[in-house]
Ligand binder design. Sequence first.
Ligand code: AP5
Length: 225
Amino acid sequence: MPELNLILLGPPGAGKGTQAERLQADFSLAHISTGDMLRSQVAADTELGRKAKLYMDEGELVPDDVIIEMITQRIDEPDAREGFLLDGFPRNESQADALDSALRAHDRRLTAVLQIEVPDDEVVRRLTGRRVCVKNPSHIYHVELDPPKHERICDQDGARLIQREDDSEQTIRRRLEVYHSQTTPLIDYYERAGLLRRFDGTRAPEEVHTHLRATLATLRLEEQI
Ligand code: AP5
């Protein structure tokens, strides 16, 4: 089976994590979320976690050297050698260049960049109501748009649901500014490389999933030819 090496690109709250959880199951991809990796370092109170938290709490990007090393090691692990889905990386051109070099060094390449588009006001509505499972951050809910069956309890494993510390309106607005200034140049960057695919993220999660899944199934067929 050919590798599917994918990036999910989009603003905070676009639904990258929501869709990654579904696509990972459909295509047996390693879901690599830099945000989740950093939050687990914060929870374990490591030196990296303590450093990262200072930036995350303010909605700023964590310095490139920390992130790039973490990701270049991760995509080389056995479960990611058959294909990966990057969620939250790259977030600026120097991260994109570093990814490109790391893949080339192992004779690998990106298959596609999946851009999920959502306007800023919708991002704020989604993130202020988001709740995540304390045990598995891939289990994502929304108090109105996608509520759990029992208030504050994860449907999938019964663990407690919490609100992320960076999901306050002030920090969400800063994260959006950072996205527009530092990450949106990657849209042109990947368009020029012929890798960009656009998806309307304002549709219902299941509809977005259907579109993504159909595109990835086609890409996989094309890779086989
Ligand atoms: P990270 O964890 O990557 O956060 P983010 O990019 O801001 O993205 P989110 O996780 O907030 O949103 P999402 O798109 O996954 O949306 P979700 O599916 O949860 O990064 C956090 C921080 O870590 C950064 O600010 C930075 O400090 C640091 N960091 C991470 N990567 C870095 C890097 N590469 N370099 C430097 N620093 C880095 O959905 C959101 C909500 O909407 C949920 O409630 C969900 O139920 C709902 N929802 C989802 N889809 C839909 C839909 N279609 N319709 C209605 N509701 C929906």
